[in-house]
Design a protein around this ligand. Structure first.
Ligand code: SF4
Ligand code: MG
Length: 322
């Protein structure tokens, strides 16, 4: 497997304005040094509570937000600083599926137009008949009825709208799809259908996924690797099996303990974290998790643990794990 995406020490800070002159008085370190690699055809699940920076990381990688530092290498090309025409050209290769299919699609636009728009933008000389053919096939492939082309987005249910969003994301034949909580706005009954569809499409279209979720149970069937984020940092990253069967970071252990266990014989103890996630504007010193960590020791408030390899393919940021 070749590497498709290499993210190194990625930082995305938002300025905080204050005072009479609205000067920059500080920064929210939404993403504060995130690194990982993703091979072609792989899925990385990026998991954390809201505000941990996972969506910001996804948007920064797609260059929808400007990185403050670090680098993004996509398909062998450093795209960290590219702009203008070169960025536009690259954008064909990476697309986003958004969380809320209600907000991300224009309800008054015809579905055929929604999905053909990116093709028309990028290939203005392509024949209308050809585009229509492609769009029809895409709609079909994502499980929408034949007459969907002439209907409006508002005529569809949430799950179907997400299928429209997926068809649009596929229109330019991308290599990487970043799916930002693509099923969390949907009814539980249709969530698994959309997840299954994404799984099938991955094989058919040779896609690589970065799958963002706030919940470990959603990424379970989707991911090869899982990265756990807390306050702008990846605190643990490993293959899925290791994360589920032997979580090493205390935060991962707490998240795993909250995943419902269908087998009553395997009863496990729920680790309940005290307190709230601290503000990323004013993060704790030392280990960002120390204010809530059930096993913290004194030096956790002064030493900031680096994400480092503790076993082949497993990285953890905790001074107690070695
Ligand atoms: Fe907990 Fe300390 Fe490890 Fe941070 S470094 S996760 S506070 S034990
Ligand atoms: Mg989010």
């Amino acid at each position: 497997h070749e590497t498709l995406l290499e993210v190194k020490d990625l930082k995305t800070y938002y300025p905080v304005k204050g005072g009479f002159f609205r000067r920059t008085v500080g920064h929210v370190k939404a993403v504060d040094g995130v690194s990982f690699t993703l091979k072609k055809g792989e899925t990385l699940g990026l998991v954390g509570e809201s505000g941990c920076g996972k969506s910001t990381a996804g948007r920064t990688i797609l260059k929808l937000l400007k990185p403050t530092g670090g680098s993004i290498v996509f398909n062998g090309e450093d795209i960290t600083k590219i702009r203008g025409g070169r960025l536009r050209e690259r954008r064909k290769d990476f697309q986003m599926v958004f969380q809320d299919p209600y907000a991300s699609l224009n309800p008054m636009q015809m579905v055929g137009d929604i999905v053909s728009e990116p093709i028309k933008n990028y290939y203005p000389r392509k024949k209308a008949k050809e585009i229509k053919q492609e769009v029809m096939e895409l709609l079909n492939r994502v499980g929408l009825p034949d007459d969907a082309y002439y209907k409006y987005a508002h005529e569809f249910s949430g799950g179907q709208r997400q299928r429209i969003g997926i068809a649009r994301a596929l229109a330019l034949k991308p290599k990487l799809i970043i799916a930002d909580e693509p099923v969390s706005a949907l009814d539980v009954s249709v969530q698994s259908q959309v997840l299954n569809l994404l799984n099938e499409l991955q094989d058919d279209f040779n896609l690589t996924y970065l799958f963002i979720a706030h919940d470990l149970s959603v990424v379970k069937h989707m991911s090869d690797k899982i990265g756990i984020m807390y306050l702008g940092h990846i605190v643990e990253i490993a293959d899925k099996k290791s994360i589920y069967e032997e979580p090493l970071h205390p935060y991962t252990q707490a998240l795993i303990s909250a995943v419902p266990e269908p087998n009553p014989k395997k009863k496990k103890e729920r680790i309940v974290l005290e307190g709230d996630v601290p503000s990323p504007e004013n993060p704790p010193s030392g280990c960002p998790f120390h204010t809530r960590c059930p096993v913290a020791v004194d030096k956790c408030s002064t030493i900031k643990p680096e994400l480092k390899e503790v076993k082949p393919g497993r990285q953890v940021a905790c001074i107690l794990v070695d």
